[in-house]
Design a protein around this ligand. Structure first.
Ligand SMILES: Cc1cc2nc3c(=O)[nH]c(=O)nc-3n(C[C@H](O)[C@H](O)[C@H](O)COP(=O)(O)OP(=O)(O)OC[C@H]3O[C@@H](n4cnc5c(N)ncnc54)[C@H](O)[C@@H]3O)c2cc1C
Length: 292
């Protein structure tokens, strides 16, 4: 049931990642980590009632966004959506992620909301999540046993569910550096500005001149998790992007998604527009690739 009143909880504020890890390994599913709180606090007013919140706010050094042409983009767990927008390397090398940040919520929410929290929430409507799936991000998780890396396509296991264990802190997200000839793009459709998406999509293409050598395509709000569209990706591989191929894309995309009716849209509408959204994203990503 929804309420404006938060249930009681204890707040623990560790100063280091190892302290957070120790607290989690002790409290496990009795505790929830809180970053910006923009999802968690809403959930706590509904049906999620952790006894203990472990805030990462006082852990220094987790708010970095580092880009290196060899090792790619590294985002610390406290990097916010607003931080992404301010980072020139994100705009230049990962335009899909920058575009997702640009339409995300309001300046107030962007300042609090972390990119990691968006992925950890596991909502199929997550905007950064959709771009990160197209860009092939990896999530670094730390527990008392050490660290492990999970590819984003293996991370979401169901609606609002993910592969993080109760004793793990997500500490970093990594995206490989793009080769030359790589372009990416993100778009979303909403009922009104500042609403969650009723449909979002993202495309990353690697081009060799006019030939597409690799494609990653992601779509949100069309299944229990944000989805990759492997049949559509395969259509593009080692092909020139022609109007005929794009017509084929428009027909194929709806065969790969399973949207439902909800308060933001209908399954029928989502099926009808999905192919055109991806076609436009492919054109946009191909244009971006040509400029590289
Ligand atoms: C008014 C409003 C508008 C919004 N608009 C948009 C929008 O346009 N697009 C969009 O995609 N989203 C939107 N959101 C959703 C939200 O802002 C994002 O999902 C946000 O990125 C979540 O990050 P956070 O730091 O607030 O996470 P929190 O709420 O702190 O946490 C979210 C989840 O992740 C877990 N978690 C967070 N950090 C870690 C960590 N380091 N390790 C392990 N677990 C962790 C928490 O335990 C929790 O389960 C909106 C929310 C609101 C309230």
């Amino acid at each position: 049931m929804s309420s404006r009143i938060l249930p009681n909880f204890d707040l623990l504020v560790p100063n280091s990642t190892s302290e957070a890890v120790n607290l989690l390994s002790h409290y496990k599913d009795r505790a929830a980590l809180i970053a910006g709180g923009t999802d968690l606090v809403v959930a706590m007013k509904m049906n999620h009632h952790p006894e203990i919140l472990i805030s990462i706010s006082e852990i220094d050094g987790l708010d970095y966004i580092d880009f290196n042409p060899d090792s790619g983009l590294h985002l610390g767990a406290k990097a916010t959506v607003a931080n992404l927008l301010e980072h020139p390397a994100v705009k230049e090398h990962y335009p899909a992620l920058w575009q997702a940040a640009d339409v995300f919520a309001t300046p107030q929410i962007r300042t609090a909301a972390t990119v990691m929290g968006n992925v950890l929430r596991g909502s199929p409507a997550g905007d950064c999540s959709c771009a990160l799936l197209a860009l092939g991000a990896r999530i670094l998780l730390q527990s008392a046993e050490g660290t492990r890396e999970v590819a984003i396509e293996d991370f979401w296991t169901g609606y609002n569910q993910n592969a993080r264990r109760d004793d793990e802190v997500a500490i970093e997200m990594i995206i490989d550096a793009p080769h030359s000839g790589t372009g990416s793009a993100f778009r979303r459709m909403t009922r009104v500005n500042e609403d969650l998406a009723k449909l979002n999509g993202s495309v990353r293409l690697e081009m060799d001149g006019k030939i597409c050598t690799s494609a990653r395509i992601a779509m949100g709000c069309v299944g229990p998790t944000t989805l990759r569209l492997p049949k559509t990706e395969k259509l593009l591989c080692n092909e020139e992007i022609t109007p005929e191929l794009l017509a084929h894309v428009i027909d194929t995309v709806p065969t790969e998604i399973s949207p439902i009716d909800d308060k933001r849209s209908t399954a029928e509408y989502r099926l009808m527009v999905s192919g055109v959204v991806i076609k436009r994203l492919i054109e946009q990503a191909a244009t971006a690739a040509a400029e590289k």
